[in-house]
Design a protein around this ligand. Structure first.
Ligand code: THU
Length: 141
């Protein structure tokens, strides 16, 4: 599990599920929650926040990242993501391309772990590199 204990994975999934309950989704009704683990063990949660003009909508993962970065943290270990229609979890909710790119800005693609869960006891763990091979990161400029 690449350095993450089963207990920690469960804790992150539970925090993501709790965060999902705060999703603001009057347009898609697709609720998403995320729990972002920093290198020092702090967890920042996030939910998706939609907007009537659609494009200002923010995904759960980016809400968590922007909360953390705005609090001074830029060192991340893993993120758990859950989501489903009306918050009903039945399958994995993989991060969208924009969120993957935001992860690429702050995370080492080889070591940053993305946990996608369809319930507290059913998850997959993959690296950011698996989600975004040949990603365009800060070292390119
Ligand atoms: N959404 C997320 O929060 N994270 C993702 O990675 C995929 C999509 C949200 C955005 C929108 O509120 C809803 O799910 C439907 O796209």
């Amino acid at each position: 599990m690449a350095g993450l204990s089963e207990e920690l994975v469960r804790e992150l999934i539970e925090k993501a599920i709790e965060a999902m309950s705060r999703a603001y989704t009057p347009y898609s009704r697709h609720k998403v929650g995320a729990a972002l683990l920093t290198a020092d063990g702090t967890v920042y949660t996030g939910c998706n926040i939609e907007n009537v003009a659609f494009t200002p909508t923010n995904c759960a993962e980016r809400t968590a990242f922007f909360k953390a970065v705005s609090e001074g943290c830029r060192d991340f270990a893993a993120i758990a993501v859950v989501g489903g229609p009306d918050g009903i979890l039945s399958e994995e909710c993989p991060p969208c391309g924009v969120c993957r790119q935001v992860m690429m800005e702050f995370c080492d693609p080889e070591t940053f772990q993305i946990i996608t869960a369809s319930g507290p006891d059913a998850w997959h763990i993959r690296s950011l590199k698996e989600y975004l091979p040949m990603g365009f990161g800060p070292d390119r400029l």
